[in-house]
Design a protein around this ligand. Structure first.
Ligand code: NAD
Ligand code: ZN
Length: 363
């Protein structure tokens, strides 16, 4: 097992968002220190905004969630932030805060890293390429499942390179989390299921991999227990279940920081890169056609889906060209670490071009 790091500080519980001001005040050297907020666009006109401890010098950016973050979109946001800091006479902000789902949390992580490390987002896509700690960052999730709040990566699409890959680094881990389950009350039902299932999928992939280890396994097992309690109950979005899913998401993020994903995520990344389908729904579509790779979990997934009466998009690959199937193959097979984790070093023999195409055709 590699030398592991987790989030240093976290608050958990309803109404803990109210403590953000105190946390910031505790770090402020001067009253005029600016804070950079990246906030999910959903909250533009939401009363939650009124409760944030904004100061006049703070910068607030609403993050568009119609597309998952791209290296280019992150670079342009960083340029805007740097220009604005310079014109206000500041070198760096006091903190970068991400408030939202995985898209917003990942954007804030990337911004924090790029404010202290020169170059472009794509320079850091890979493992342990970020050299300096980023700006002190606070993560406040408003939807549970991806574990982005806990993990050591921020996933970015790089269209030119046909690649979906994060800045995997210790410096990408949040310094402080505020886990306030009140914030997930408004998540639409299908989205709640898709994002929540990301935890389930991270953990089953980790437990079925060859790089599993005792600590990753312990995080995964408890996260899976919580997912089962939530998704096999009558009301997955009850107050108690939203709390449980927030904890599961955090534990799932820790699990994956200590191990690797498996076959679902590479196929899901292929769908996101080629068709633009979002991460969590893509994962569900992939697991839904993976009876062969994960038979027990496939069956449990069907029970959860039926219990919650959630529908999945169907026929998303119908009518694709040969060229598009080739791109799907290439953007799947590129994920060597997780595929090796799941299938061993001969994964390319198992996942032949024809077989991969056949699997995608079922989706
Ligand atoms: P998201 O950020 O994609 O948001 C999903 C939708 O829910 C958006 O429309 C958003 O506006 C909305 N939303 C968020 N909070 C809401 C709320 N409280 N009420 C109403 N609507 C709300 O959500 P996600 O599924 O958490 O994140 C997916 C992203 O996470 C992908 O970009 C994926 O690549 C990334 N990801 C990152 C990691 C990591 O370790 N860093 C792991 C897995 C996935
Ligand atoms: Zn995931």
């Amino acid at each position: 097992m590699k030398n592991s790091k987790n989030v240093l500080n976290y608050l958990f519980g309803t109404a803990t968002l109210g403590q953000l001001g105190e946390i910031l005040d505790g770090r402020r050297q001067q009253k005029s220190d600016p804070v950079v907020y990246c906030i999910d666009q959903y909250f533009t006109k939401n009363p939650m905004i009124e409760t944030l401890p904004f100061e006049k010098q703070d910068q607030v950016y609403y993050i568009d969630t119609s597309e998952e973050p791209h290296t280019d979109s992150v670079d342009s946001l960083v340029t805007t932030i740097k220009n604005s800091l310079t014109s206000g006479g500041f070198a760096l902000p006091l903190s970068v805060i991400g408030i939202g789902g995985g898209i917003t949390l990942d954007t804030a992580k990337a911004v924090s890293n790029l404010l202290t490390n020169d170059g472009k987002a794509e320079d850091y896509q890979g493992w342990d390429l970020v050299k300096k700690p980023g700006v002190y960052k606070i993560g406040i999730p408003t939807i549970s499942g991806t574990g982005a709040e806990a993990s050591r990566t921020c996933v970015l699409m790089n269209i030119t390179k046909n690649l979906k890959l994060g800045m995997n680094s210790e410096h990408t881990i949040y310094d402080q989390l505020i886990l306030d389950p009140d914030l997930t009350k408004t998540v639409p039902r299908n989205q709640y299921f898709y994002s929540g299932m990301d935890t389930y999928i991270h953990c089953i992939e980790s437990l079925n991999g060859i790089y599993r280890n005792a600590i990753g396994d312990a995080f995964s097992r408890e996260a899976l227990n919580l997912c089962r309690e939530v998704f096999l109950s009558d009301d997955m979005q009850s107050d108690g279940n939203r709390e449980k899913l927030m904890i599961a998401s955090y534990l799932g993020g820790c699990a994956i920081a200590n191990s690797y994903v498996g076959v679902v995520h590479p196929f899901s990344a292929g769908l996101s890169v080629v068709l633009g389908t979002h991460h969590c729904v893509s994962n569900c579509i992939v697991l839904n056609s993976f009876e062969k790779f994960y038979p027990k979990e496939f069956e449990e997934f069907q029970r959860m889906k039926e219990k919650q009466k959630v529908e999945l998009p169907a026929g998303i690959t119908s009518g694709l060209s040969g060229d598009q199937f080739e791109k799907l193959y290439l953007s799947t097979i590129i994920h060597e670490k997780p595929l090796n984790n799941a299938l061993g070093s001969d994964f390319k023999k198992i996942l032949s071009r024809e077989y991969v195409k056949e699997i995608f055709q079922r989706m």
